[in-house]
Structure formats: C-alpha cells, structure tokens
Design a protein around this ligand. Sequence first.
Ligand code: EPS
Length: 340
Amino acid sequence: MLRYLTAGESHGKYLTGILEGFPAGVRVSPAYIAGQLRRRRQAPGRSARQAVETDEFEITAGLSRGVTTGAPIAVCLLNSGRALPAPSSLPRPGHADLPGMLKFGTFDATLVRERASARETAMRVALGSFARRLTEQLGIDINSRVTALGRLTSLNAAATAAELLRARRAGDTLGGTFEVTAEGLPAGLGSCMHWDRRLGPRLAAAMLGINGVKGFEIGGGFGLAAESGIRAAGEPELSGGLDGGITNGRTLTLRCAVKPVPGLPGGAPSTDLRTFGKKLCVSKTSDTTAVFAAAVVGEHAAALELASALLEKFGGDSLPEIGARLEEWRKSTGKILRRL
Ligand code: EPS
C-alpha cells in the first residue's frame, strides 16, 4: 500500500510531505520534480503570488544518488511568498473560511485558509512526481488537458489568453473542466469484490480532493445517462477504461469540473463574525482560474492512486521485481485481449 501525508500552511516556512510504501530502484531526478512543479506554478491564470514562489525543495529521505531506496520519502518544499496575513474575522465567501471557523471554533479566518489554500497542492505534485516516474518506468503514460475555460471550449493559447484577460479586466474569475488520461495500464487493477476496492471511487476521492473540484466523471460520465444500451455497447471507450471498478486494458479517462475561484478582486459581500458588520471581502491575490493548475495536480493525484493499485496487484519491493511481474501479466492477458 502506498500512502502519503502532507503538512504545512500557505504562508508557513515550508510544506512537508511523506510518501510511504514506495518501492526501491525508481530513478527520480530533482530536475524532474522541479519540472512538474513548474508546470503547476506557471499554468495560465495564476495570481501574482506565483511570481514570488520558487518552489525550491529538498528531498531529505528515501532517495540515494537519484534512486529510491524503499524507505519513506520525505520532501520539504519552501514557501517564498511568506508574508503571514493579519488575523481576520471576515470569512471569504465560497472558501473554507466560514465552515472552518465554525468547525474549529475560531474567529480567525486565516487559521482555516492557511491550510485550506491550494498551496498544499504543490506538495501533492512533488510526491505525485515519484508515482508518475514509477508509472512511466512501467510503460504507463499519464497526461492531462484542459477541455473548457469557463464557457470557452475551443482552446488555444491565443483564445485562452484573451479569455483570461477579459475576465481579469472585468474583475471576474473562471472555472473550467479538465481531463486526465492514463495509457498503457494493464487490465486487472482495482477490484469488483468490495465497493471500496473499486478503482473508480478511489480515483474519485483523489480527484474530488483537489481544491475547487466540484464534479467528476469516468469515461462517458453523466452523458452515459442519456445513451441507450445498444449505443453504449458499441462504444466501449465510454466506460473510460474501467468496468466493475477494474481496469480493462483501455485508456483510463477521468474528467473534472473546477469551480470559478471564489476570491474576487472587486470584492464579494461578507459578514464579520465578531461585529456582524457587512463588509466587502476583497481578494487581491486570487488566481483568475485554477483549472490549468488543477489539471497538473490531477495527473499527480491520479498517478499516486494508480501507483498504489499497481503495487497492490504486482507487489514487489523494487522496480525490477514489479517490472518483471507486470511484463509476465501483460504477456498472458495480452494473448486474450488481442483476440477479442
Ligand atoms: C490561494 C490563494 C492565493 C494563491 C494560492 C492559493 O494565495 P494567497 O492569497 O494566500 O497569497 O496564490 O496558491 C498558491 C500559493 C499556490 O502555490 O498554489 C487559495 O486561497 O487557495
């Protein structure tokens, strides 16, 4: 079993992450992790905060000369934009502030927002980079693409930039949808034998656990509700690579809907929990959209879950051991799958 934990506040000194149960023998260069962090940090639509973040990190355990050892992996990721915000009893609407203040019995919204912040997803990318390297070295290719920015569905660099500029000038923010695919997965990951062993709900939890993600689909998703059985049977890719919670050897396709960033530069009406005075809650550092960054996080969140499922099926303490078992499995299942 692969498990991971993160700690750290958005404006704390650094984020901390531990990845446990990861096999030995996986080559992971710091440059690779830095590249993945850069993809998240420099995604379109990010706030001015990203210009001061360098995502400098140190791997303090579990890696020797660029190769994993089988020991728990520990990562420290520095926060550069470190001006701790002043305490505030004004919750930002649409964020975790209000329910978090009620839940934890505090009048200080910053105590909640510091941890609820999407800054934490930088650590999920850092730890997910290890899982992504493992899957890559086993011949599995995980990718993502943004499929909608607000109402814009034919995306190219120019249209995206224009739509982001339009929203920024209007003091507005945008949501969107993204897709994560995994190609080269063997059939047989996950299980139909108990609901919580199904890969679908496990991937759903990983993807819905990304800040701002409100919707999740596998393959044809909600569209399948309107399909007839005959039509659906004719298009097996609509199952999105999973049948009965088990990978079927086809491309895995996951789709997520990201809500528009609730922090508005022009301000959103809120109520101070100490005075009950009505005030505008102004967010100067909000992203214009989080959908491009979330897509990168989605790849890594999916990679962690898929790596875990691979380890459950093929066991092994080192990459060569897992690789040999997987190759045997691909040979034997391939003989059947190729004849269908
Ligand atoms: C975030 C608000 C902004 C973002 C932050 C996520 O930060 P702040 O207002 O605390 O300066 O920049 O994202 C990151 C720092 C990051 O690295 O993703 C929020 O409220 O979620």
